[in-house]
Design a protein around this ligand. Structure first.
Ligand SMILES: [Zn+2]
Length: 915
């Protein structure tokens, strides 16, 4: 905020020390607050997104009709997708001749749309119990349904089941009236013989009973992609075949009109209603009825004349059942009442706990609708009754969604307000502690802090917290709701108690020119733009390529304008940014290529030599003075650089040596293992002994971590290490130019406030333009991760790299080594924040501030539908951003070991006396 001339009222040493102490306490307090806040808000996603939709306490609706079917056979083919089932194979033969015949002669067919996650357990649950994946299954690691539920099997008199050991026990494990068996895991690939099984089962039952009172349903739990994977919402995964025939099922009917208009209705997988049937299926002349997967459960129950499973959200597909009009209406009504019961139960649960209950308005008068339907049925106006019943059912489904998301608005507002409050609180802290703003305010005598006001605000805050907690307690809200609201109210109380400061700052800003306000706005806009870009880069790492292409051009143009003499620096900056932009185009799964690792070793040594040369020969130039070793005395360890370069060379020799041994199916030699560990361990200690000028220390850190990184590398990521370092050098040059230009323009201003400033001696006040530092930091911090992979590629991490360190399978040590490998580029990025002479804690809080803009966005991007991977990724994105408050702090502390005694030279010789 402009330059402070340092006319501080507290010139005496004692009060300065006490202010520094106060600042330390406040920083610690903020870190603790940040950690607690992120932990609490992190948990909120389980109350918002991952709450089970299943309720208990509904009575099954006993049907008032009789059906022809006495028994039903359900055949589920695992992972059989619709088009593979219906279309002919390459030889022109249809794969399922028996079922095809059934479709043409005997029954009905269609596509059953599964909702992602298209996995076996959720698929079977939606077929047999009639509801889709319970998002709270995430708490069980997707392995089980966390809440007990009702199924078609529960309602039956007896169930015979034979199937996969992963599936059958879910439904029959606790069912007394069931006889079940599972096949061993090896037999799971039976999709090809499924038609044969269907034929045999059909013939067996028909021959045995000879009463035409058996219904048959054939379907699949989910589809499968061409690669054999499943789980997401791709049509190959969600579209499964459905064939029904036998007692109570309609016969085939030729298609009435081929007019496939999109009526707007969407299936659970968001696919269009009335999609045209592919001609190669050879079925386009037969009426096809598509359903949602959960509709199969009420279909089965209705065919058997049983109550629908009480937790089902499926709608009875009328086009499958062959009942007379009166029975059909009764069947739909039973299905409607069963869904309505769930709605009423949810409504009742909510109402009993709420102080001000907001009912679902469209269904406030559901009894009169039910009466009306009964009246129409007794008046034999079945068509109108059917319409009303179906309308009531869809309203009840909407009502279920209404109560599922009842608390969302409140919770999301509280959490968002909390994050915003935290960010504002950070801004206030940064302004008060690391900028010259308090000094300016003091000079203009804006600040006459009134403790009375402060106490009043605190009191009001406590009162509000108490009131909200009491209300939540009366509503019997979960304990975490208290934590969310308390945290949010607490933060805003802290903000309001700084009211005087905010008002004074606002007045000061008001007094400035419009230009300054515009500058602040522009900074905010650019920051948000870059952060949004980073949010998107989590799913598309190629964005970094674009970013670095642009950053190279912008950076070098800026430098070209700023540096008054002819210089190669702009070209260098542009070249290295473009070089780094290549890596995010490479595949996330790193292909093995030992030559690249060796080449990278050579490149690292060359970079080291260049930096060394610069360090030794450019000390005289004023531009380089703050970077290089200008104290002309001999370094303590003159051989250090050679030793480090030797280690890098040695490690790049060890890479092919140890790898070739492993490819010959041989164990890693104990000697190799010993050498690798020694190189890695020893080389990381060496940077501590290097000369303490910026360039030599950073070069030394760069060389010190290189051997470990090379030994953990398998391909192009080894080169990435060098490329990232070059970009970091470019950033250093950029910052140095800014520093140099500023000093040349105003030699004294930036130095003067060091004398009596609360901050550490080497630091200067933050200014608005310094916002670039956390932003550039965040970009580099993220590219340090995405440059060599993405989230999916960590999960399937190439573990062959760790085999240069360990011979036996040891997951913990392996994970530790791989995480350490991820850490190394982060350390490089953090190490260079030292050079800006900024207060490091101020930098840290700014980084947390910008990273929380991303956290807030990721909070809204958490999703509870989609494949398990998509859901898991959305949670981990949010979780990783939430954890930054600890993670970045840890890295700052770790790198501080290496960078704390860096001495930064200065144009102004008088400021060196303190060292
Ligand atoms: Zn399956």
């Amino acid at each position: 905020m402009g330059r402070g001339d340092g006319i501080l009222g507290t010139n005496d040493r004692a009060s300065l020390t006490s202010r520094r102490k106060w600042l330390k306490t406040r920083e610690t307090w903020l870190v603790v607050l940040g950690v607690v806040l992120h932990a609490v808000y992190m948990l909120s996603i389980f109350d918002i997104y991952f709450k089970t939709p299943i309720v208990h306490g509904m009575d099954p609706v006993t049907p008032r009709f009789h059906t022809p079917a006495k028994r039903l056979v359900l055949l589920v083919a695992d992972g059989l997708r619709a088009d593979k089932f219906f279309e002919p194979d390459s030889g022109g033969n249809y794969r399922a001749p028996f079922l095809r015949n059934v479709i043409k002669q005997q029954g009905r067919w269609g596509v059953s749309h599964a909702r992602p996650p298209t996995e076996s357990r959720p698929g079977h649950v939606s077929i047999i119990a009639g509801f889709y994946e319970d998002p709270s299954a995430v708490t069980k690691g997707w392995k089980a349904n966390p809440v007990e539920f009702d199924s078609v099997f529960n309602q039956s008199r007896h169930t015979f089941a034979f199937g996969s050991p992963d599936i059958v026990p879910i439904f029959c494990g606790a069912l007394p009236h069931s006889t079940w068996k599972t096949y061993p895991h090896e037999f799971e690939d039976f999709a090809t013989v499924v038609d044969d099984i269907a034929a045999r089962v059909y013939n067996l039952l028909e021959d045995y009973y000879r009463d035409n009172r058996t219904s048959y349903i054939f379907t699949a739990d989910h589809g499968m992609s061409d690669k054999g994977s499943h789980g997401d919402g791709h049509p190959t995964n969600t579209d499964t075949p459905l064939v029904a025939w036998g007692a109570g099922v309609k016969y085939p009917r030729p298609i009435s009109s081929s007019n496939h208009s999109d009526c707007g209705f969407r299936f659970v997988d968001e696919h269009m209603h009335d999609a045209p049937t592919p001609t190669e299926w050879g079925l386009h002349d037969l009426e096809r009825v598509d359903v949602n997967q959960a509709d199969i459960a009420p279909l089965m129950s209705t065919l058997l004349g049983m109550p629908c499973p009480v937790n089902s959200v499926g709608s009875l597909p009328r086009d499958y059942i062959n009942f007379n009009e009166a029975t059909e209406v009764e069947a739909v009504l039973a299905n409607t009442k069963q869904i309505l019961n769930q709605f009423l139960r949810k409504s009742q649960i909510k109402q009993s706990n709420s102080i001000s209950f907001k009912p679902f308005k469209p269904l406030s008068d559901y009894t009169s609708i039910l009466d009306q339907i009964e009246e129409l049925i007794s008046g034999k106006d079945y068509e109108a009754a059917m319409k009303l019943a179906e309308n009531l059912r869809s309203l009840a489904l909407q009502g279920l969604h209404y109560f599922q998301t009842y608390d969302w608005l409140m919770l999301m507002s509280v959490i968002s307000l909390g994050y915003i409050g935290w960010m504002i609180y950070l801004v206030i802290h940064v302004l008060q502690s690391y900028t010259s703003l308090p000094v300016q305010l003091l000079r203009k005598e804006f600040t006459n802090y009134q403790r009375d006001d402060y106490k009043k605000v605190q009191f009001c805050g406590c009162l509000l917290m108490g009131v909200i907690s009491t209300l939540l307690f009366l509503e019997r809200s979960p304990p975490l709701y208290h934590a969310y609201t308390t945290m949010t109210v607490f933060l805003w109380t802290q903000i309001f108690s700084e009211y005087q400061f905010i008002k004074a700052s606002w007045k000061l800003l008001h007094g400035r020119r419009v230009y300054y306000a515009a500058k602040i706005l522009a900074t905010c806009a650019v920051s948000v733009f870059i952060l949004e870009f980073l949010v998107n880069s989590f799913t598309e790492r190629k964005l970094y390529t674009l970013y670095f292409l642009v950053a190279g051009v912008v950076g070098s143009l800026y430098l070209y304008k700023s540096i008054p003499w002819r210089s190669g620096i702009p070209i260098f900056v542009c070249a290295v940014c473009w070089f780094l932009s290549v890596f995010t185009l490479m595949p996330a799964e790193i292909p093995e290529n030992t030559y690249l690792v060796i080449g990278s070793g050579a490149m690292i040594i060359v970079i080291g030599i260049a930096a060394r040369w610069l360090d030794l020969h450019a000390g005289g130039n004023k531009y380089w003075i703050s970077l290089c070793n200008h104290e002309k005395k001999k370094p303590k360890f003159p051989m250090l650089f050679l030793l480090q370069a030797l280690f890098v060379g040695l490690s790049s020799i060890m890479v092919p040596l140890s790898t070739s041994h492993r490819t010959q199916k041989q164990e890693l030699l104990a000697l190799h293992q010993f050498i690798n560990w020694s190189i890695a361990g020893f080389s990381m200690i060496l940077p501590l002994f290097s000369a303490n000028s910026l360039l030599s220390r950073l070069t030394s850190i760069f060389l010190g971590f290189a051997p470990t990184f090379l030994l953990l590398s398998i391909g192009y990521e080894a080169i990435f290490y060098g490329a990232l370092s070059l970009v970091l050098v470019a950033w250093i040059l950029f910052e140095n130019t800014l520093l140099y230009v500023r000093k040349v323009k105003r030699p004294s201003a930036s130095m003067k406030n060091l004398e009596d400033n609360v901050l550490e001696l080497d630091d200067r006040y933050l200014q608005l333009f310094d916002m670039r530092i956390p932003l550039i930091f965040m970009v580099l911090f993220n590219v340090a991760f995405f440059g060599t992979g993405n989230f999916a590629s960590i999960a399937s991490f190439e573990i062959s790299s760790v085999y240069r360190f360990i011979t036996i399978f040891n997951p913990f040590l392996m994970a530790a080594l791989l995480i350490f490998k991820l850490f190394i580029p982060f350390m490089l990025v953090i190490a260079i924040t030292k050079m800006n002479k900024l207060p490091r804690s101020g930098c840290y809080f700014l980084v947390i501030l910008v990273s929380d803009v991303m956290t807030l966005h990721f909070f809204f991007l958490v999703r509870n539908t989609g494949s398990w991977m998509e859901i898991g990724n959305s949670i981990s994105h949010f979780g990783i951003m939430s954890a930054q408050v600890v993670f970045v702090l840890l890295l700052f502390a770790l790198t501080n070991i290496y960078t704390k005694d860096i001495h930064i030279g200065s144009v102004n010789p008088s400021s060196q006396k303190a060292m």
